[in-house]
Design a protein around this ligand. Sequence first.
Ligand code: FAD
Length: 417
Amino acid sequence: MANVDAQSPKQHSNVGTLVIGGGLAGAQCVHALREGGYAKTITIVGDENEIPYERPPLSKQFLQGSQTVEEFQPFQATWYSSAQVEMRLGTTASSIDVVARRVFCSDDTSIGYETLVLATGSRSRMGGRGSNIEGWDLPGVYTLRSLEDSRRLKGAFATGKRLVIIGAGWIGMEVAASARAAGMEITVLTPDQLPLAVPMGVEFGSHVARLQMDHGVHFIFGTAAEKIVNDPTEGLAVMTPTGLVAADSVLLAIGAVPNTELALEAGLQMGHGIIVDTHLRTSDPHILAIGDIAEAFNTALGRALRVEHWDNAMRQGKLAASTILGREETYDWLPYFFTDQFDLGMEYVGDRQDDDDVVVRGEMSSGEFMIFWLRSGVISAAMNVNIWDVNDLLRGVIGKEIPVERLVDVSVKLADL
Ligand SMILES: Cc1cc2nc3c(=O)[nH]c(=O)nc-3n(C[C@H](O)[C@H](O)[C@H](O)COP(=O)(O)OP(=O)(O)OC[C@H]3O[C@@H](n4cnc5c(N)ncnc54)[C@H](O)[C@@H]3O)c2cc1C
């Protein structure tokens, strides 16, 4: 058991529920706790200096200048004080003593807990195979995870027009759209042959490629970035096997890595994330994990999964609160997410696999269509593109066996499928 006096922390305190990570999942958890009548003390330790905010606008509305941060904070600063949630912002949790039930922080303080909720989210991936891509730390190279990152990236739009984006995933494509709107010249480097085909398949990937190219985004497919250099003649540039691609700024958008080190060092059971049960409890009965870091057992799908999306963070925050409040709710909803790029708005629900059959309803060339994925004739996932207020209906058809002729027949109402 740790001797807190031996470590001379400046301050010891004890709380009912301690949340590490002031992101969306953590904020939803403490809000749902208070809404549910939780009367014990609550503290959030968050390493950012901001009260919790949602990240989707960082690559979209905030980057485009059409939303202010106050518009995407799930709860205003006054709510935390009125709900007596102590906010320890700008503070990093450095280690957990699971025996003493105490968390040690970067400011030499320590906090004892009855229940600990890990909600540490993800950070930007900086390279492959465990090492950062060479040149990641050069001036003019950006990543996008935090509000501060988004502000810096936006500032870069004023310093030169050529933005090279490494990676053609969600963040790369959303930033490409926002940066084009700001008049930037975009080159996207990707080892793949299409954007987003890995998570979403070639049909949607081809649609996004066309959309982006129609808006002037230039792709270099099948080409990996080898390193980022400050070339004496070219200036900032990305080195590829076929030559240098010159840039005024470079965005590294090659995915995210879950912040699971605290849990690993504390000896919690780990898989592709922190393993939690269907109530979001880790292998330690006093510790829960939620959001991007949690590999949770989903009762609707009958398997464990880790999901890096907004809806998951929101719902798991609430579910963790209900577990702490002693309710028996479970992780039983289908994964959902959305994207916005140029004039495309998309929502997806379900659990597609690469070898599922694909059925398109409507004309993709019209820009308004749906995609259904089927596994052995059963709908596994569905997507609506530029057709609104239908996602709940799509959620309702997942798991059903519906003849393909009816799925593609736009004269059959979705509600009648
Ligand atoms: C630019 C961007 C755009 C996105 N767009 C979409 C979208 O369009 N649709 C969608 O579905 N999803 C989107 N997402 C994903 C979604 O935002 C995340 O899945 C969600 O934020 C996860 O919430 P979280 O609370 O688990 O983690 P986070 O939001 O990452 O919050 C975790 C917090 O914990 C802090 N922290 C980490 N370690 C410590 C520590 N040791 N001590 C203290 N604090 C710590 C972190 O700094 C952070 O503040 C986007 C993400 C980004 C970055």
